[in-house]
Design a protein around this ligand. Structure first.
Ligand code: ATP
Ligand code: MG
Length: 403
């Protein structure tokens, strides 16, 4: 049935989500998305990527492409709601039926009803799309007598496409990452700790099209090099979804020691968090980011009560996005598993937040009291010194695991 000129490899079809709804902006969204797909397929081989009628076509141009890795990469691109594989065959009804029978054998084994939907990009093909659907549907109905044709609400839709060189039969689509293409939502600085929450909050904002730069605070010798590697590994896991990103590593030891020496213990955490926000803003200014992102969830710990959040927002001039604010821990854990960060997050390394935790943190702080307690410190000098010590690391999707 197949000839030497037949492509041996499947192609992928990526269905766009909200992107198609964006009216006049649609073209820039689509261009962004196509570029993001191209960039993420680097390392999987050579592919042709183009868009037709709200579908992105991904076609291997060489025999040795890593199709499994490429399929997985496409599923992680934000802006894509569903991904299907399509098998190429000759442009004849017999070949299309044969391909559907073998390629969709598993789907036919479980479905009770089906329909065929055809698209004819090659208008010179001798059947129009309705005739083609009828012919292919008729033959498949004879092959699978236990399955009925149902054009309104079928269990299985067999998609057939007649393109320039070949016909294609699609498998059922699997879900993609959804959301909006990275880069369409602006840029933000995400505060990344080694915990469960902040990788999830970062992921949620990235899914809304936000390009991320990460900030991580380290307190050597209280925090170890392994704790830092764990955070870089979390960032690496996120690059599968976000593409390459920069992680800013900011020394925090002196600030914490100064707070411990000079401020009342019940305010340690709150003052420390105000410093984190100031430093993250300083990074945001450098990289022209419009917001900060944290993994805070209302009431989860003493520093995440409404009043406590107010004392940290007090030092922020740009919006602080907290996508987990209304989520339960079980929901956050479920998401961490889904996005692939859970196993790394639960590795037992210390975070600078856990180094000087007060025995009795204040849960109902008064803003004036926190400001007064902080007045014992030379805030500007401490911020400037920490920024001086800032280092940065590029983390890329192809990097080797760090731990
Ligand atoms: P997580 O699981 O993300 O660590 P958490 O519930 O443990 O969150 P905290 O430790 O109080 O909460 O931190 C709240 C938020 O502050 C984190 O979600 C993160 O955005 C930020 N954060 C905490 N520690 C650090 C750190 N060392 N570097 C960068 N950001 C941090
Ligand atoms: Mg934490």
């Amino acid at each position: 049935m197949t000839t030497d000129s037949m492509p041996k490899q499947d192609i992928f079809l990526l269905k766009l989500g909200e992107v198609v709804l964006k009216g006049q902006n649609r073209h820039s969204f689509e261009d962004k998305l196509v570029n993001n797909v191209r960039r993420r397929l680097k390392g999987c081989g050579s592919f042709q990527v183009y868009i037709r009628q709200s579908t992105i076509y991904v076609e291997p141009t060489m025999e040795n492409c890593d199709m499994e890795a490429a399929f997985a990469a496409c599923r992680q691109v934000f802006g894509v709601v569903a991904v299907a594989r399509a098998a190429p065959c000759e442009k004849t009804v017999a070949a299309i039926v044969e391909t559907a029978k073998t390629y969709l054998a598993d789907a036919f084994a479980t479905a009770h009803s089906f329909k065929v939907e055809s698209k004819r990009a090659d208008k010179t093909f001798h059947l129009n799309s309705i005739q083609l659907s009828q012919e292919v549907g008729g033959e498949l109905a004879e092959t699978f007598p236990n399955i009925t044709v149902d054009v309104h609400n079928p269990d299985l839709t067999v998609y057939v496409e007649i393109r320039e060189k070949y016909a294609y039969v699609h498998t059922p689509a699997v879900p993609g990452a959804g959301g909006l293409p990275i880069g369409m939502g602006g840029r933000a600085v995400s505060l990344l700790s080694g915990g469960l929450d902040s990788p999830v909050s970062s992921w949620m904002m990235a899914r809304r099209g936000v390009e991320l730069e990460m900030v991580h605070f380290v307190s050597p010798p209280y925090t170890s090099p392994q704790a830092q590697e764990k955070v870089l590994e979390l960032a690496r896991l996120l690059t599968g979804w976000c593409g390459r990103m920069m992680v800013h590593i900011i020394p925090f030891t002196h600030i914490q020691e100064e707070i411990r020496k000079n401020c009342p213990e019940e305010y340690f955490t709150l003052i420390m968090r105000r410093f984190m926000m100031r430093l993250a803003q300083a990074v945001a200014q450098r990289c022209k980011a419009g917001a900060l992102i944290t993994g805070e969830s209302l009431g989860q710990v003493a520093s995440q009560t409404m009043l406590a959040l107010g004392t940290t927002d007090d030092v922020c001039q740009i919006p602080v996005l907290r996508p987990l604010i209304g989520m339960d821990k079980v929901e956050i854990i479920r998401m961490a598993r889904q996005i692939g960060t859970y196993d790394t997050s639960i590795l037992p390394y210390e975070d600078c937040c856990t180094v000087f935790t007060p025995r009795h943190p204040c849960t109902r702080p008064k803003l004036e009291d926190v400001r007064a307690a902080e007045a014992a410190l030379d805030v500007d000098a401490l911020v400037a010194e920490a920024m001086e010590g800032r280092q940065w690391v590029w983390v890329k999707p192809g990097d080797a695991p760090r731990i």
